[in-house]
Ligand binder design. Structure first.
Ligand code: MRU
Length: 348
């Protein structure tokens, strides 16, 4: 399968991130030299998408070690906590950084850890490709049960492709995989206000893949489903609680509710690293509140009155009762119950 976009590059010990804020009109890479650069890139959404944020976390810790070869473990742990605080909702960031901390804890000579972290980051990205393929295959099996082999109209929200994962992708990975098997008729990409990951990033990836699609505004979801224009919805995840409640880009929850109302299958596609089995339900998931100016302004120009206020929750939680199934590399979780989540996603 082609991998047409490289959101993260590491060449000759130089880490570069594609500035996703400028896409699709400009493709500019920013060089990351320090852990602070990585923190800022995550917080400002130069890099985004739960898995890629996690990988950037590993690279951030590697850069910290490279720049501070004489540090001792408590300093490494402190730096890890700092980097983890760059964005709170996607559990992948904490998951990947915590693994770096475990590696450091078991290391006798901290300065031996840098090359190990670099290798680990590269392996994690490569492994995700295999995992994404497995999820796509599971989705194909499930869809065949429902619709046979006919090409489908698929809807998705936010961006969950190569730009979010570094490789194939989760929900968008399923769509690309199915399209390569001629099983996609057309895609509706929800524009995803306010950051426009759908219209700027998902459409850009779909164009590069040559997949027929329309960008739709968030409010069109009910129209599309009422008029039977959507066969299935795939969304990604930033954090999945023990009972299957799933935090993802704001707007995902309303999609899942409308889908349930109209009987449209609604699936989450996410690696095991996106599960947080220590959190009982969605109520325990911290939702990131972002800068109101992301709503009030567009390209630095006010589109609302300068005195207007805005509230900008960046994620919401889809109730497990509205989710038809979750595909992870360990299997298909359906129905979405605490028992099935722990049984299938309980081992990494
Ligand atoms: O704020 P973002 O762009 O990082 O949000 C991304 C999403 O919500 C994705 O759907 C999620 O991270 C899954 S990416 C495979």
């Amino acid at each position: 399968m082609k991998n047409v976009i490289e959101p993260l590059k590491y060449d000759n010990e130089i880490l570069k991130l594609l500035d996703q804020r400028l896409l699709p009109l400009e493709e500019v890479y920013l060089t990351m030299k320090t852990i602070e650069d990585c923190y800022k890139a995550i917080q400002d959404m130069v890099v985004r998408g739960a898995p890629l944020i996690g990988f950037t976390g590993i690279w951030g810790m590697a850069l910290y070690l490279k720049n501070n070869p004489k540090i001792v473990f408590p300093q490494f742990e402190q730096a890890a906590n700092y980097l983890k605080s760059s964005r709170p909702t996607a559990v992948n960031l904490a998951y990947e950084i915590d693994r770096c901390v475990e590696m450091a804890r078991n290391e006798t000579h901290m300065n031996a850890l840098y090359p190990k972290l670099v290798l680990h980051a590269q392996q994690e990205m490569n492994n995700l490709y295999e995992k994404n393929l497995k999820m796509a295959h599971l989705a194909e099996i499930e869809l065949t049960k429902i619709y046979g082999d006919r090409p489908l109209n698929v809807m998705t929200i936010c961006n969950t492709g190569t730009l979010a994962c570094g490789v194939l992708g989760t929900a968008l990975g399923v769509i690309v995989y199915l399209n390569n098997k001629n099983k996609v008729k057309s895609v509706y990409a929800s524009e995803t206000r306010p950051y426009l990951q759908g219209s700027r990033l998902t459409s850009y990836e779909l164009l590069k893949e040559g997949i027929d699609h329309n960008i739709v505004v968030e409010g069109a979801a009910s129209y599309l489903m009422k008029n039977k224009m959507v066969d299935v919805i795939f969304a990604g995840a930033d954090r999945i609680a023990r009972n299957g409640d799933t935090a993802n880009k704001v707007g995902t929850s309303s999609l899942s509710i409308i889908a349930k109302h109209y009987g449209v299958p609604f699936f989450i596609v996410a690696p095991v690293s996106s599960f947080d089995l220590n959190t009982e339900s969605g109520e325990g998931i911290e939702i990131e509140l972002r800068d109101p100016n992301e709503i009030l302004k567009y390209k630095n120009q006010y589109i609302a009155h300068p005195d207007a206020k805005a509230l900008n929750p960046s994620f919401d939680v889809s109730d497990h009762s509205c989710i038809t199934g979750i595909f992870c590399e360990n299997g298909t979780i359906s129905p979405v119950t605490t028992l099935n989540v722990t049984k299938i996603a309980g081992h990494k």
